[in-house]
Design a protein around this ligand. Structure first.
Ligand SMILES: N[C@@H](CCC(=O)N[C@@H](CS)C(=O)NCC(=O)O)C(=O)O
Length: 269
């Protein structure tokens, strides 16, 4: 690992709306977030921090050129990594729930009070990480012209992703606009970074073609609420800078832990 990692050549920092957000979080704070501006797992945590208006310091690191400062906190060398009262935490979903618990007075509350609703949201948050993200990457990394692959195989991986999005959508509160109803909650934020990156399929893979079944209208209504959410907008960089990163996934040459896991049929690292 180190500077010769093939994915290390990245645009060096956030851009667009996210650049301003980074500037707003440059001052010293006891809570520090080690981030990669492009990383959807980081964006989960940023969305929670911004939603709840929790003070934090943003620290940009390149996780493909792992600095010692990151490795000494997180032996996995992945972002997001959080430093809280000088102690490290990692794993985006763990960090998101931790923030909810460690800042009980910061609103909105992202985990519902009702234990059933809370557990229900967790089932679907887990579904995002264990089913939707792997399906997203299998479809994105599929190489039509590779040995053993075919138009039918490509259709199958795209259909798999669509059917996962459908399952997720059909589990939503029918009225919404958010997953559990009127209020935004953790599960909305856990999937948001991938939902706002679905354009990669239009750009690199000829589109997903969700169709016009009933669930698509509900998905669209949910997505509209998420896309314009301030925390989502403020944690998103300019599309042109995501393009070279996602091109490496679309060409299936990315060497990130996630890209390798996808190739080997494993789940999210
Ligand atoms: N399971 C981790 C995944 C985090 C992750 O894969 N982060 C990527 C950036 S988006 C990373 O740090 N990659 C470095 C590498 O692959 O070596 C989480 O949820 O936080």
């Amino acid at each position: 690992m180190g500077s010769n990692h093939p994915d290390a050549q990245l645009y060096p920092h956030a851009s667009g709306a996210a650049l301003q957000m980074v500037k707003d979080h440059e001052a010293e704070q006891s809570l520090k977030l080690y981030s990669g501006w492009f990383c959807p797992f980081v964006q989960r945590v940023l969305i929670v921090l911004l939603e709840k208006n929790i003070p934090f310091k943003y620290i940009e690191v390149n996780p493909y050129h792992k600095p010692q400062s990151l490795l000494s906190l997180n032996p996995r060398g992945l972002v997001p990594t959080l430093q809280y009262a000088n102690k490290p935490l990692y794993e985006s979903t763990v960090i998101c729930e931790f923030l909810e618990e460690a800042y009980p007075d910061s609103t909105p509350h992202l985990l519902p009070k009702d234990p059933y609703q809370r557990a229900y949201g967790r089932i679907w948050s887990d579904f995002v990480t264990s089913r939707i993200i792997p399906a997203f990457h299998r479809a994105l990394q599929y190489q039509l012209h590779a040995d053993g692959n075919s138009e039918a195989g490509f259709k199958e991986v795209k259909s798999e992703l669509i059917s996962k999005l459908r399952e997720f959508t059909e589990a939503m509160d029918p009225e919404g606009p958010f997953f559990l109803g009127k209020e935004i909650s953790m599960v909305d934020l856990i999937i948001a970074p991938w939902a706002v990156r679905l354009w990669v399929f239009d750009h690199f893979k000829g589109g997903l073609e969700l169709g016009d079944e009933k669930w698509v209208e509900r998905w669209g209504r949910w997505l509209k609420g998420i896309e314009k959410r301030e925390s989502v907008v403020k944690s998103t960089s300019e599309r042109e800078h995501y393009l070279p990163i996602y091109k490496r996934y679309a060409d299936d040459v990315a060497q990130s832990e996630l890209a390798k896991a996808t190739r080997q049929g494993r789940g999210v690292p």
